[in-house]
Design a protein around this ligand. Structure first.
Ligand code: NAD
Length: 509
């Protein structure tokens, strides 16, 4: 492969779509510089103007739905229905939310100091843009992970440079073109195409990096960012558990499991990747899941199908390796379990595995594929213990009719989000903070934190009384020293004798 170009291929048909030039380090530096110039004017624009352009962009995304569908299905191999049902759905919801709420999230706020000795000060906390934000993205949602992440950064007054995945750069390029058409200033939102080196060049020049991708690359990005002391947010991998308690509505649980595990062929950071079912309902749940999975239709993007192809051959191989290893160690594939031989692209059959345990990578490492490993547990406590036995902590799902109990369990699950009697939905609620723990990273997408991360937070303290001098100012005297000690005892000591003594001391000093 020529390291100076990227060949974009359709993973469902294996046809070449196009070839793009890779941005050099110098070109990345130039893009950041142009972004910096565009940002100086942009940061002066009002939220209402930024929102107006966002709404215009939303209209264009809807108007260009067909073209968007063509590009997205071609570079990912996903069914067209999925493109509208999640990528476009997400962007519509996210644009509305950021356009409406950005101003509220970033409004300067008056703080009321708690400590009596500083109460006299007027304190304001405000937010200002960081400058040029670098967004480095994976391939699983080529528009959501690029343009979607850019929305709050832009609303906060920043310029944005997107480095999309080398596997799926076309959607981000199209999104940036639409942004210009919508009226966003030239160079405010740019795309630099390339492999890891291009991403690394962006880390060397941007003012902040919002990274979404694998744990290994995330660590590398953070190390590099540390050299420049620029902030990073890291949205990394997951191994999301689903728990089914014995009182659960099994019809709903099975449906949510199949959708939550197989949507986008399981290539979602919050896909259900392992399932723990209480013993009394285990067999019934497994039977229902298998029946539903056997009914899944896999095929080309424009056919009426449920599942498309995987996005890369590397992904196909890594899924097959995990399933094969599990089967070699005693797991049983009740359906699926291999590459789909009837289709030309990177298709892996939707698979249900049983007789699995935590000695197998399929239960501990991210699979990112259409595989549902299901494990029987003796009770809810064991389910919780198994769910938390992971180096990841992104999201999880819990099914139970007793919602009060489910909420208690949700608090004990070590993950950034828990869906009770549902799956995947937390991601499409842009008002709700979404982030991970442990190896799933840190920092939040969505909610107030999802936009404040793109800002400097500033504290402004205003003197209100205009005295000629303040108590702690020079000269330091013995009298002041005694007074401050008496004051602290009077205000802070919990013993009333100390308070009385301090009061006396103050009156006589
Ligand atoms: P990846 O880490 O291989 O690549 C991600 C991006 O980083 C790509 O654009 C790549 O070119 C770039 N990159 C590679 N090396 C780099 C370097 N040294 N410096 C800077 N950039 C570099 O991940 P991937 O395979 O594209 O994506 C799949 C991963 O993304 C999965 O682990 C998945 O769980 C994760 N993901 C997480 C979330 C989330 O919100 N937590 C969402 C989607 C995907």
């Amino acid at each position: 492969m020529n390291s100076q170009t990227i060949q974009v291929r359709n993973p469902a048909t294996l046809e070449k779509i196009t070839e793009l030039a890779v941005a050099s380090r110098g070109e990345v530096a130039g893009a950041v510089e142009r972004g910096r110039q565009a940002q100086t004017l942009w940061q002066q624009s009002h939220f209402s103007e930024r929102a107006r352009l966002l709404y215009r962009l939303r209209d264009l995304l809807l108007d260009e739905g067909d073209k968007l569908g063509d590009i997205l299905t071609a570079e990912t191999g996903r069914p067209r229905a999925e493109v509208y049902g999640n990528e476009l759905f997400y962007l519509c919801s996210a644009i509305g939310t950021w356009a409406k709420k950005a101003e509220e999230y970033l409004r300067p706020t008056r703080l009321k100091p708690h400590f009596p000795l500083v109460k006299a000060k007027k304190v304001i906390s405000s937010y200002s843009p960081r400058g040029v934000i670098g967004i480095i993205s994976p391939w699983n949602f080529p528009l959501t992970m690029t343009l979607g992440e850019a929305l709050p950064a832009l609303m906060a007054g920043n310029a944005v440079i997107i480095k999309p995945s080398e596997l799926t750069p076309l959607s981000a390029i199209f999104g940036a073109e639409l942004a210009v058409k919508a009226g966003f200033p030239e160079h405010l939102l740019q795309v630099v195409v390339g492999y890891g080196d291009t991403g690394a060049a962006l880390v060397d020049h941007a003012d902040m990096i919002a990274f979404t991708g694998s744990v290994e690359t995330g660590k590398r990005v953070m190390k590099q960012a540390a050299e420049r002391l620029i902030p990073v947010s890291l949205e990394l991998g997951g191994k999301d558990p689903m728990i089914v308690l014995k009182d659960a509505d099994l019809d709903r649980a099975a449906g949510a499991c199949v959708w939550g595990a197989l949507m986008n062929s399981g290539q979602i950071c919050t896909s259900i990747e392992r399932v723990y079912v209480e013993a009394p309902v285990y067999q019934k749940f497994v039977d229902q899941v298998v029946e539903k999975v056997r009914a899944i239709r896999q095929g080309q993007s424009d056919a009426e199908v449920d599942l498309g192809s995987l996005t890369s051959e590397a992904q196909l191989k890594s899924i097959a390796a995990q399933v094969d290893e599990a089967v070699a160690h005693g797991a049983k594939a009740l359906t699926g379990g291999k590459r789909n031989p009837t289709l030309p692209g990177f298709y892996y059959q939707p698979t249900v595995l049983v007789d699995v345990d935590h000695s197998m990578a399929i239960m501990t490492e991210e699979t990112f594929g259409p595989v549902i490993p299901i494990m029987k547990v003796k009770d809810a406590e064991e389910a919780l213990q198994m769910a938390n036995d992971s180096r990841y902590g992104l999201s999880s799902s819990l099914f139970a009719r007793d919602k009060a109990l489910a909420e208690q369990f949700a608090e004990r699950l070590q993950s950034g989000a828990v869906c009770i009697n549902d799956s995947l939905v937390n991601f499409i609620i842009p008002d709700a903070p979404m982030g991970g723990r442990k190896d799933s990273g840190f920092g939040y997408r969505h909610g107030a934190e999802g936009i404040r991360k793109f800002c400097h937070q500033k504290t402004i303290v205003i003197d209100r009384f205009g005295l000629k001098e303040e108590f702690p100012w020079y000269p330091a005297t013995k009298k002041k020293e005694h007074q401050v000690r008496h004051l602290l005892n009077l205000l802070c000591h919990s013993g009333w004798r100390h308070k009385l003594r301090a009061l006396k001391g103050l009156m006589t000093s």
